[in-house]
Write a protein that binds this ligand. Structure first.
Ligand code: AMP
Ligand code: ZN
Ligand code: FE
Ligand code: FE
Length: 291
């Protein structure tokens, strides 16, 4: 059990718990520092910070997760300490959420053409006003008995190579890093294992090259202590972090949909020193901006 979990979702995107329920759960599980990192939304942060006042031993780092495109796949970026009162940043988040809405609707249309008769109304209900994501579509399919677990919906239908997949409004990783930096955030690469699925030497080399270019744009860290990482993955990503001078971050990416590989908040996460390292980088950035 970790003391820190810097990757958690709520009902403001595709998580199942409200910010208050999530914060209460994290406090019960003995966590000391967490970050709420909803997809393309910081709308849940105010409620999370408010809920944390009942738990003085637990502190919250404001966060966000953005989906971006790189040459051959998808890359997710976490942004810590982002200034969520920045109006330009909020405009951008709103546009990304609008894009999610249209794309969700298109995927439901495609599913229906394939005979998977879920309703767009139900998907919207499941998203409860938050950023719509594929897990909401997957859950509608579970409810209607089309698949047993949400991840089965990804395997056949809505995963990147699935029959009903529709791409997102595209945003390059570099542009997203710059966007987060402009809003005062510290960008971190999420779940690098998604990027190097086969762990071929060439893929690892490509990952390092990509991280180098993102670092030049302002990237400060990489998720090392991610849910279900094996010892080999931990040592690979920890080695890369050391080599490229990136902070070792991580967390559980908790959503709560009941997928077989899902773990509870705090089941994985970085050491407390990571939080100190992030805060120190944040101070440096603020000083540089003022100087
Ligand atoms: P979206 O943001 O709509 O592109 O959906 C991405 C989200 O779907 C991720 O953040 C995960 O929560 C979830 N997801 C992605 N792949 C899978 C999978 N194979 N099984 C279950 N959930 C997945
Ligand atoms: Zn998600
Ligand atoms: Fe992600
Ligand atoms: Fe996530």
């Amino acid at each position: 059990m970790a003391e820190v979990d810097l990757h958690l979702h709520t009902t403001y995107s595709d998580g199942i718990l409200t910010p208050t329920e999530l914060v209460d759960l994290c406090a019960r599980r003995g966590l000391r520092v967490i970050s709420v990192t909803d997809h393309d939304s910081t709308e849940g942060l105010a409620e999370a910070l408010d809920a944390a006042r009942a738990h003085p031993e637990l502190s919250i780092i404001p966060g966000v997760e953005m989906s971006t495109d790189v040459s051959r796949s998808e890359l997710h970026l976490l942004g810590y300490f982002v200034d969520y009162h920045d109006s330009e940043f909020q405009d951008q988040m709103r546009q990304l959420r609008d894009g999610r809405h249209d794309r969700g609707r298109q995927m439901v249309d495609r599913l229906r053409e394939l005979g998977v008769m879920i309703s767009w109304e139900r998907v919207q209900e499941l998203s409860d006003g938050g950023a719509i994501g594929r897990p909401h579509i997957a859950q509608a399919m579970v409810e209607q008995g089309y698949v047993e677990y949400p991840r089965d919906a990804f395997d056949k239908y809505i995963g990147r190579n699935g029959l009903a997949y529709v791409g997102r409004v595209s945003l390059t990783a570099i542009d997203a890093v710059k966007m987060l930096v402009r809003a005062g955030g510290l960008p971190v690469m999420a779940h690098p294992s998604f990027f190097v699925a086969g762990y071929a030497d060439a893929d690892v080399a490509e990952l390092k090259e990509l991280l180098g270019s993102l670092k030049d744009a302002g990237l400060v860290g990489i998720e090392v202590h991610y849910k279900n990482h094996t010892e080999d993955e931990l040592s690979l990503f920890s080695g890369i972090a050391t080599e490229l001078d990136l902070v070792e971050c991580g967390g559980t990416d908790y959503h709560g949909w009941g997928n077989p590989d899902e773990v509870e908040p705090g089941a994985a996460g970085p050491p407390l020193e990571t939080v100190g390292a992030l805060k120190s980088l944040l101070r440096d950035r603020i000083a540089a901006r003022q100087g």
